[in-house]
Design a protein around this ligand. Structure first.
Ligand SMILES: Nc1ncnc2c1ncn2[C@@H]1O[C@H](COP(=O)(O)OP(=O)(O)O)[C@@H](O)[C@H]1O
Ligand SMILES: [Mg+2]
Length: 298
């Protein structure tokens, strides 16, 4: 398949010779133990334990201010790991930052595409930054653009793209290095339902072709229910419930003794209680930055 951006792979396939991946049980794609990150008096991430299995789509869910972005930024090595341990395919995020970065593609919550460059130029920039070998770059940029259905629009300025196209461009940027782990922070925020579906279809097509692991944050519970193999419900800096969407929904139905299956949103309300409605997390900074992103992609 010529449109597969992971073909040929940029990162070496795991082998028994990789000291971080001993033979036997596969290491987790992401493992956080006791991860804590504090801003001033705010414990954004507070003893987070999290394990993402290889090949799964894992959804980290929670309201604004739950600590999702901070946790993601520690996993991507953009923030340090002040307390606890973060490993990506066995590599320590505190000690092997470049080793971790080479394994992952990242679509940040804030926009990462430059509106003054064409789609192709944006993706090419990421190919350079992420060390795609020079000889392979042009072909790999083409493949990544084709994988997200932007081949025809590749030479237009990104500033002329619709919100859904911008998000797909960012996906191409993250995919050009053929990551083993794709991390997306609120990839569909501010998009209409059709554009949201489009983003997910492209993620899933690449995943099926490559076996890539996906870690995604969202506060759209319906989306997580539909697309995630497992979800972790995060509230006040920690994962409070973990399982497949159906497991979590059945669990609540059993606790409540109801026949009809509750939604993931119901599960979240049950776990977070009134804490979901108060404003202890989040606050103005989150609302403002969320709106800004929504406006720019919308
Ligand atoms: N750079 C920062 N400086 C100060 N506080 C921050 C910063 N980033 C996040 N926070 C605070 O940390 C908490 C968690 O934020 P964040 O990780 O962005 O949550 P989420 O992504 O779930 O909305 C919030 O209370 C937020 O205001
Ligand atoms: Mg966030």
């Amino acid at each position: 398949m010529t449109t597969d951006p992971a073909d040929p792979p940029a990162t070496p396939a795991p082998t028994a010779a990789d000291p971080a991946e001993p033979a036997g049980a596969p290491v987790e794609a992401v493992s956080c133990t006791g991860l804590t990150h504090t801003f001033g008096d705010t414990k954004a991430v507070d003893g987070l334990d999290l394990a993402v299995r290889q090949g799964e789509v894992f959804g980290l869910l929670g309201p604004n201010g739950a600590g999702k972005t901070t946790a993601i930024r520690c996993i991507t090595t953009l923030l340090p790991v002040p307390a606890g341990m973060v490993r990506v395919f066995g590599h320590d995020a505190a000690k092997e930052r470049m080793g971790v970065r080479r394994l992952l593609g990242y679509v940040p919550q804030q926009l990462s595409a430059d509106s003054g460059l064409t789609g192709r130029e944006n993706v090419a920039l990421f190919a350079r930054v992420f060390d795609v070998p020079r000889r392979e770059r042009a072909a790999r940029v083409d493949q990544a653009l084709a994988a997200v259905d932007l081949a025809d629009a590749a030479d237009r300025l990104a500033g002329t793209y619709s919100g859904g196209m911008v998000r797909r461009l960012e996906l191409a940027q993250a995919l050009v290095s053929a990551p083993r782990l794709l991390i997306l922070d609120e990839p569909t925020i501010g998009l209409d339902p059709i554009a949201r579906t489009g983003v997910w279809e492209h993620i899933n097509a690449v995943r099926e072709a490559t076996g890539m692991t996906v870690l995604v944050t969202t506060h759209y519970m319906d989306e997580a229910d539909q697309y995630c193999d497992r979800v972790g419900l995060m509230h006040r800096g920690r994962v409070r419930a973990l399982g497949t969407p159906v497991e979590l929904r059945r669990g609540l139905a059993e606790r409540q003794g109801t026949e009809t299956l509750p939604t993931l949103e119901d599960v979240f309300r049950d776990i977070a209680g009134s804490g979901l409605d108060d404003n202890t997390g989040g606050g103005f900074r989150d609302v403002r930055s969320t709106r800004r992103t929504a406006r720019r992609v919308g």
